[in-house]
Design a protein. Structure first.
Length: 493
């Protein structure tokens, strides 16, 4: 990863410095271990609870706080990279992830386990901002299309791989070896990164800690994620649910509004408040939330209602990997063309098709309907989230892509973890036999209404399909997209 300066000549002599395959491996190994765990542990929950003597609520809270730490870590890293070398942040976070994995796998109680998985989330969120932008901007522009496909596979390919891993672990009862394997992957990533990741001079060593953004980001993530975790043991009417959710959402509004008004914001809210980046960000939030919700609903329905084994559930969900792979190849081909917004819309449509198929699922037909639905869900996630992410990233200068990714991932994680647990709780209190289809129907409705609203927003902005100017963007002289303002066509008339 190419960061060169007179003060960091030592780093330019690294054995794998500038090696593109090594840089790809570095980024994937930085993100993949945790993303695999986010979906693998769901099917292994009975074994984990028995191994550490935890309740379902305690395990759900641990997972919720881990997801909150991931979203918060991305924002924290966006602040730190201004004054600390990326290589240093990367090495500290990768070492921290290895140690936190060891803490989780050796846990004898819920406290140790929770500390381990929360730290895993925090370090991975920081690695997203420390390791991913250099892969995108630090190599020749000819590599950019391949890099975009790698980002798609890294963000959702590993999430799709998780149920298969979790199914095997859930059937064999080896959750500690799972965490040992995750720690090993991270250790391999650390070795490759130490040989590949070059040093850099931070852009502003005198930059001050953002005293408004960081605390608000913490409240935006921790409070709502705690509130929805409470539903495992409580109900919608409990103040432990709605007070943290309301306060957390208020923190999010204050965070985004404050960043919009700031002259030198931590995250570039104002530059991505135009039509294309807003549509891309909202599409990533919509698709990510509905995909995550449907995946969790399938796993719970097949476990508790159909009484399928964990390994069978994992196998039935495996076709989503193929869907994501096809979406990544399509994005690689279309990223430099004017068709990226259409691909993002196709992703939303893919999730809608998957949800519609699930409406026909039953305990007797799940072996047929779930694999087909999983394929469309995987395609939808790959085609909907990553293009949306890049619509926002290409709407700011290349130097700001890290903070932009941090903002989009914060919003996407917020949407996913608010919608999923709420609809799952609704399905459970209705009874899974009927509640599953009710929750899937609501998710389908959200997807369709959201897609139509995004199309209307796109048209109201007067946006026209255009190929991004990647040469100017990569050179740092301009943004790739020059998007019209929100509702520009409406205000013009």
């Amino acid at each position: 990863m190419r960061f060169r300066s007179p003060s960091t000549r030592l780093f330019t002599r690294l054995p794998l410095a500038g090696n593109y395959p090594a840089a790809v491996a570095l980024a994937l190994l930085a993100l993949s271990p945790y993303l695999i765990l986010t979906t693998a542990t769901v099917l292994a929950e009975p074994q984990i609870m028995a191994g550490i003597g935890a309740t379902a609520y305690e395990l759900q809270l641990s997972g919720g706080m881990s997801n909150a730490a991931y979203a918060f870590g991305a924002v924290l890293a966006a602040d730190l990279v201004q004054r600390v070398a990326r290589r240093r942040i990367y090495l500290i976070c990768e070492c921290g992830f290895v140690l936190s994995s060891v803490l989780a796998l050796s846990a004898q109680n819920i406290g140790m386990f929770a500390a381990g998985v929360v730290l895993q989330g925090l370090f991975t969120g920081m690695l997203l901002v420390a390791a991913l932008p250099p892969l995108i901007t630090g190599h020749p522009i000819s590599r950019l299309r391949t890099t975009a496909a790698v980002v798609s596979l890294g963000l959702f390919g590993m999430v799709a791989f998780g149920p298969l891993v979790g199914g095997l672990v859930g059937s064999l009862g080896g959750w500690r070896p799972l965490f040992a394997g995750i720690a090993t992957l991270a250790l391999i990533g650390l070795v490759i990164g130490s040989l590949t990741f070059e040093g850099n001079d931070p852009p502003d060593r005198r930059a001050k800690f953002d005293r408004s953004a960081i605390p608000l980001a913490l409240g935006t993530t921790a409070l709502p994620f705690f509130g929805v975790s409470w539903l495992t043991r409580g109900s919608f009417s409990d103040p432990e649910f709605y007070l943290p959710v309301v306060c957390g959402l208020a923190c999010g509004v204050l965070l985004v509004g404050g960043q919009y008004r700031k002259a030198r914001p931590l995250m570039p809210v104002r530059p991505i408040s135009n039509t294309l980046p807003v549509v891309g960000t909202l599409n990533a939030m919509l698709v990510g939330a509905c995909f995550t919700t449907l995946l969790e609903l399938i796993e719970v329905y097949l476990t508790r209602e159909a009484h399928y084994s964990a390994v069978r559930i994992g196998a039935l969900l495996t076709p989503q990997i193929l869907g994501i792979f096809i979406a990544a190849l399509l994005f690689r081909r279309l990223m430099s063309t004017r068709w990226t917004p259409y691909l993002a819309l196709c992703g939303t449509a893919g999730v809608a098709v998957g949800a519609a198929i699930l409406l026909a699922a039953s305990t007797s037909s799940a072996s047929v309907t779930v694999p087909v639905a999983a394929f469309f869900l995987g395609f939808g996630a790959g085609a909907g989230v990553t293009p949306g992410l890049f619509l926002a990233g290409f709407s700011v200068p290349a130097a700001q892509i890290g903070p932009t990714f941090a903002l989009v991932e914060l919003l996407r994680s917020e949407a996913a973890f608010l919608i999923g647990p709420v609809l799952l709780h609704l399905a459970l209190i209705q009874g899974l036999a009927d509640g599953f289809h009710l929750a899937v129907g609501i998710t389908l409705g959200i997807t369709v209404v959201g897609a139509l609203s995004l199309v209307a927003l796109y048209l109201a902005g007067g946006a026209r399909p255009e190929a991004p100017d990647l040469v100017s963007w990569h050179a740092g002289t301009s943004t790739a997209y020059h998007s019209p303002a929100l509702l520009a066509a409406v205000r013009k008339h």
